[in-house]
Design a protein around this ligand. Structure first.
Ligand SMILES: NC(=O)c1ccc[n+]([C@@H]2O[C@H](COP(=O)([O-])OP(=O)(O)OC[C@H]3O[C@@H](n4cnc5c(N)ncnc54)[C@H](O)[C@@H]3O)[C@@H](O)[C@H]2O)c1
Length: 363
């Protein structure tokens, strides 16, 4: 079992990573000195697949276990569900010595984490991520929250979990489209983490796609380690943590221009990464081989490399109104080298427009 240590200003906590780790969740939780009840929050897809094994693991360690199931999908991340969950926790007599355990993808992790961070001013939180995106990214770092009708992720807190159990074997039940969705974030980590990681992933991506866990586990580990390092330096996202937004400003523009229907988050991020890497060549003299290498990799992974069905101007307009792009020309993350992301890069508006147009134009 690999044990990584998250070391943030607000909390230190272990991330246990290995295939089969979920079976030991109860024992691990107990070994950290916890004795209270565990309320598992999961979604309607994951419940039928993994809930009973996790509940058994906690029960076998002597914990009293309850579970609450929310509907699967982004709409579950709502204030209505949040208040409903407060009431369920209250009805179950959940108190501060007890824990909420989020079993699911990023939606459940964000929702259950937000509930845990605010119920009784904060109770214990365990993250058991089941999607690739949640395993490599959202389950660590402590950003939790919900959507409001006007905007995604607009209400939330920074609240680190007390334990994370990352079990790559859970990915075996993940639909292929959701696996590919998470791969966009993996590619982002390859780019910001270093040439060796990128080159390894280029070579082993098919092993990853077929979920050969001997290849999957070290890739997930590298992503988590990177994120933990960044979060330990900048827990509350005042500076360095912005490197995690590589590809996300153009990506959000594409997602919003497609009304969150035409392009999924991962697809939009893939396109945003391509734009960012091309801009990096022009602005920071990133070696010119990377745009082509990235494009080839994205295609092999089943991610898009051009936009269809939306106009470049719509993307630019959406970027201008995006919360993460107040000043369009001075707020991009680019790469000087692989492993050397630079935040707040000054990209001239015309150059940005040309790159978005290029995404729409190329065959
Ligand atoms: N907190 C953060 O730092 C952070 C970072 C990135 C994204 N996010 C958030 O994460 C969310 C997206 O997360 P996601 O992509 O995991 O979406 P998700 O939680 O909706 O999961 C995707 C789909 O896969 C299903 N699923 C998950 N694990 C499964 C498994 N093992 N087997 C079968 N089905 C499974 C889910 O039921 C769902 O239908 C967004 O709301 C986004 O805002 C948060």
């Amino acid at each position: 079992m690999i044990q990584l240590l998250a070391n943030t200003r607000s909390k230190e906590y272990p991330v246990f990573l290995s295939a089969g780790a979920m079976a030991g969740a109860g024992r691990l939780w107990r070994s950290l000195g916890n004795e209270g009840k565990v309320v598992i929050i999961t979604d309607s897809n994951v419940a039928g697949l993994h809930l009973s094994s996790l509940a058994q693991s906690f029960a076998a360690s002597g914990a009293s276990v309850q579970s609450v199931i929310v509907e699967a999908g982004e709409t579950a991340k709502s204030l209505e569900n949040t208040t409903g969950l407060y009431s369920r926790l209250f009805a179950l007599k959940t108190r501060r010595r007890d824990a909420v355990c989020a079993l699911g993808g990023g939606v459940v992790g964000d929702l259950a984490g937000f509930v845990a961070s605010t119920y009784m001013r904060g109770i214990k939180l365990i993250q058991v991520p089941t999607s690739l995106l949640a395993q490599v990214d959202s389950s660590v770092g402590g950003k939790v929250g919900v959507n409001i009708p006007e905007a995604k992720n607009f209400v939330g807190t920074f609240y680190q979990p007390d334990m994370v159990i990352t079990d790559p074997s859970l990915l075996k039940t993940l639909p292929r489209s959701q696996l590919v969705e998470g791969l966009a974030e993996v590619v982002k980590y390859c780019l910001i983490s270093g040439e060796d990681f990128f080159a390894n992933f280029e070579m082993s991506h098919d092993e990853f796609l077929s979920l050969n866990l001997a290849y999957v586990e070290p890739v997930i580990r590298r992503c988590i380690e990177y994120k933990l390092r960044v979060v330990s330096e900048d827990e509350r996202d005042f500076g360095r943590r912005a490197v995690l937004n590589l590809g996300h400003s153009v990506g959000h523009g594409i997602e919003a221009a497609g009304r969150f229907e035409l392009y999924s988050h991962g697809q939009a991020v893939a396109l945003g990464l391509l734009a960012a890497v091309r801009l990096s060549v022009q602005v920071l003299q990133l070696p010119g081989e990377y745009p082509e290498r990235l494009e080839t990799l994205l295609k092999l992974l089943g991610l898009p490399v051009r936009i269809e069905g939306i106009k470049p101007a719509q993307v630019i307009d959406a970027m201008a109104s995006d919360k993460k792009a107040d000043d369009l020309s001075a707020n991009m993350v680019l790469l000087r080298r692989l492993g050397e992301p630079v935040i707040n890069c000054d990209v001239e508006a015309g150059m940005l427009r040309r790159e978005v147009e290029r995404l729409a134009a190329e065959a």
